[in-house]
Every structure is written in structure tokens, then in C-alpha cells.
Write a protein that binds this ligand. Structure first.
Ligand code: EPS
Length: 404
């Protein structure tokens, strides 16, 4: 239903985001998108690039007087750093000799990129594989986020750990045990996590993490971590088991695993459920406020590829940033000799940013499957389809099964 294409290299002139498939009359502004771009740039441990850029989107098409037209929405994010890269990243051939990058960084796309694309300069691989591309994703996915908010569907995230430092209490437990009121909005999570420079919910843990990041910087090393994304307000019935790639957990896992440096994604209890009895995992079904609910939410809001109507609980793991200032061993491809990897300006820790990007990616997946179910050409039409379904689905179940 909806499509997102991003284009642009990390140090090129600008990033481009093109979004198609959203209905007309969705209220959206550059300010709304820029708020998410600002959140993406934040976080203690981000690199010097974040001091150069103040990512803002320039909307080129698809929106008029603050509302979508239903036509393709194209947006630009200009790279201020381009001024310093005009020759290295020139589109046209230049006479001046540009030094080639010949030493791949362990843990990045450098070596596999030049092998796959037969590049003669690792710079060609660095530029598009860089996490800079996520700025364009957040811009495009913010349209999805705004769309979902029109239906009371909100997305929040918080960092669970950085460098193996965990909080005393795991806030996600409340969701796994379904101890959160059904009226709770995931936006409340961001109101808390965005106050922390590393987006954690525990002050004591934040201080320990900042100390560990300072230690990593001193050692010229980097850190990764884990984070949760929570989605509230989703009705039952989003996603489907009819095809492998319409399963909600599969789409969410792909989208979040596609973020640079993410190495693990789990839904609900995830890997922990592999160690428990079924009776300790499966969510017992109950009747509550004239509809179905569950005693717990260890399934993370998804059963059989379909949303249950409870909060979606996603947990992900991000590996440490690949560029180390105390480099690991590599090979100089120009001499085919072992050598220390190159230093390249970089982040030390980007887990807070990764969690914000994951919110955007989750919004995209949910908006796409939501439109598959309630699609329409205008927001008014989608809202009619949605409210008709929400009003009637429980009555339909009763009509099919229940006889006094
Ligand atoms: C990033 C901008 C770039 C990326 C960085 C994320 O920073 P710089 O211009 O300093 O290279 O390199 O991504 C990585 C650290 C990476 O390993 O890909 C951004 O805007 O988020």
C-alpha cells in the first residue's frame, strides 16, 4: 500500500525521501517531521557530525497547505557537511586526485561492499551503508507516525541497556504482564525517556552508563545496547497469517533488523520464552469491558501474525559502532598486507538514536498493514472504514458463536 524510497550518501549534497500511498487530507507539517529528526540526532556519545548537522526536512511535493494530496511526498534533508566533501563526493569527475580508502573497518560494510559492487575505493561503500541514511527513513516514516496518531496509535521507546548496564527494574515487565491500563499511550514513554541523555528510564543507571561511555571514549572504543519499542492503540486484526510476509511480527522484525548495527530483534518475551513451560508463556484469554483481552501480554501484542489489541512489545539489540579510535586489525587492500583499521570520524554510542529510528520503522510497518485493512483514498474514508470495523468486530464474533 505505501512505499518509502530513500536516496543520498552520508557526505553528499542531501538525502532524499519519497513516500507514496498515503491518503489525502492527512494533516502534516515540516515541524512535526523535524521534531523526530531532532530526536534522532540526540544522545550522549554521538559523534561530531551531530554538531555540524541540524537535520531539517524540506518538503518538495505531495503536501499543500499542511495536508497530504494523496500524491507522492518527496522531501530533502540538506547535508551541511557537504561543503567539506564537495570534491571527495563530487557527482561529476574531477581532475584533482582524491585519496582512495583502501583499509576496511571490521564490523562495517567496507569489505563486503567493495567486493559486491567491485568498487575501487572503499569510500563508495562507506557513503551509502552509513547510518546517515536513517535520517531520510525517519523523515519518510514520520508521515506514517502522524497517520497512526490520527487513530490513537502511538509509538514510544526507551533504552534498556548500554554496555551491559541494565536498570534495577525492567519497565517492559509491566507491559509483558499486561499491568498497563488499556488507555495508556506509548507517547508517555518518550516523555520520560527523552529527558535522559541516553534515553533510559532509571537515573542511577544513566549515571553508570555515562561513566562507561566516557571509559569507552578514553579507550577509543564503542558500545552497543538494547532497547524497547512499544506500540499502543492498535486494534485486533492488523497483520495476517495468510502469507509469511504479512505476519506483523515478521514485518516488524525485518524493518527493525534493517537498521544499521541491529543484530537482534524479539517480540514480547522473545528468547526468554524458549526456556519456559507453555503455561508460563501463553496469555490466557479473558473477557474485559465487553471485548476480549489477555491476563498477560508475553506474546507482545501479536498472535499468529495478527495484532491482539494489546500493546506491541519489541526488544532489539544494537552492536557497538564499527569505527574504533583504537582500531582493530585489518588488511591494506592496496598492499595486501595486514595493518590497523582506519579511524573515521564516528559516533561512540548511538543506541538512543537507534531506538528513535526503530520507532519510525515500526510506524511504517503498522501504517502499511493498517492501510491494507482499512485503506481509502482520503483520511475521511479510512476513518469510516476503521470506525465501522472497531464498532462491529466483537458483535460479529458473538453473532457467529454466542447463543444465550
Ligand atoms: C550519522 C552520520 C555519519 C555516519 C554515522 C551516523 O557521521 P559521520 O559524517 O561522522 O560519518 O557516519 O553513522 C555511523 C557512525 C556508521 O557507522 O554508519 C547520522 O547522521 O546519524
Amino acid at each position: 500500500m505505501i512505499k518509502l524510497i530513500t536516496a543520498g550518501e552520508s557526505h553528499g549534497k542531501c538525502l532524499t525521501s519519497i513516500v507514496t500511498g498515503f491518503p489525502s487530507n492527512l494533516k502534516i507539517s515540516a515541524d512535526y517531521i523535524n521534531e523526530q529528526l531532532k530526536r534522532r540526532q540526540a544522545g550522549y556519545g554521538r559523534g561530531l557530525r551531530m554538531k555540524i548537522e541540524t537535520d531539517k526536512v524540506e518538503i518538495i511535493s505531495g503536501i499543500r497547505h499542511g495536508k497530504t494530496l494523496g500524491s507522492p511526498i518527496s522531501m530533502l534533508i540538506w547535508n551541511k557537511d557537504w561543503e567539506n566533501w564537495k570534491e571527495i563526493m563530487s557527482v561529476e569527475p574531477i581532475d584533482k586526485k582524491v585519496d582512495k580508502v583502501t583499509i576496511p573497518r571490521p564490523g562495517h560494510a567496507d569489505l563486503v561492499g567493495i567486493t559486491k559492487y567491485n568498487y575501487d575505493d572503499i569510500r563508495n561503500s562507506i557513503e551509502r551503508s552509513s547510518a546517515r541514511e536513517t535520517a531520510a527513513r525517519v523523515a519518510g516514516c514520520s508521515i506514517a507516525r502522524k497517520f497512526l496518531s490520527e487513530f490513537g496509535i502511538h509509538i514510544g521507546s526507551f533504552v534498556e541497556s548500554i554496555g551491559g548496564i541494565y536498570p534495577k527494574e525492567n519497565f517492559a515487565e509491566k507491559f509483558l504482564l499486561n499491568k498497563i491500563p488499556s488507555s495508556y499511550s506509548a507517547e508517555k514513554i518518550n516523555q520520560l525517556s527523552d529527558k535522559s541523555s541516553v534515553r533510559v528510564l532509571d537515573k542511577n543507571q544513566e549515571e553508570k552508563i555515562i561513566r562507561k561511555i566516557k571509559l569507552a571514549k578514553k579507550r577509543g572504543d564503542t558500545l552497543g545496547g538494547t532497547f524497547y519499542v512499544i506500540i499502543t492503540g492498535l486494534p485486533v486484526g492488523i497483520g495476517s497469517f495468510v502469507e509469511y510476509n504479512t505476519r506483523l511480527e515478521a514485518e516488524l522484525s525485518l524493518a527493525i533488523m534493517s537498521i544499521q548495527a541491529v543484530k537482534g530483534v524479539e517480540i514480547g518475551l522473545g528468547f526468554r520464552s524458549a526456556e519456559l513451560f507453555g503455561s508460563e508463556v501463553h496469555d490466557e484469554i479473558i473477557l474485559k469491558n465487553e471485548t476480549f483481552s489477555r491476563k498477560t501480554n508475553r506474546a507482545g501484542g501479536i498472535e499468529g501474525g495478527i495484532s491482539t489489541g494489546l500493546p506491541i512489545i519489541i526488544r532489539a539489540a544494537m552492536k557497538p559502532i564499527a569505527t574504533l579510535m583504537s582500531p582493530l586489525q585489518s588488511v591494506d587492500l592496496s598492499k595486501m598486507k595486514s595493518i590497523d583499521a582506519r579511524r573515521e570520524r564516528s559516533d561512540f554510542v548511538a543506541v538512543p538514536a537507534c531506538a528513535v529510528i526503530a520507532e519510525s520503522m515500526a510506524a511504517w510497518v503498522v501504517a502499511n498493514l493498517f492501510l491494507q485493512k482499512f485503506g481509502g483514498d482520503s483520511m475521511e474514508e479510512v476513518k469510516d472504514n476503521y470506525s465501522n470495523y472497531v464498532k462491529k468486530y466483537f458483535t460479529r464474533v458473538k453473532k457467529n458463536f454466542y447463543s444465550k
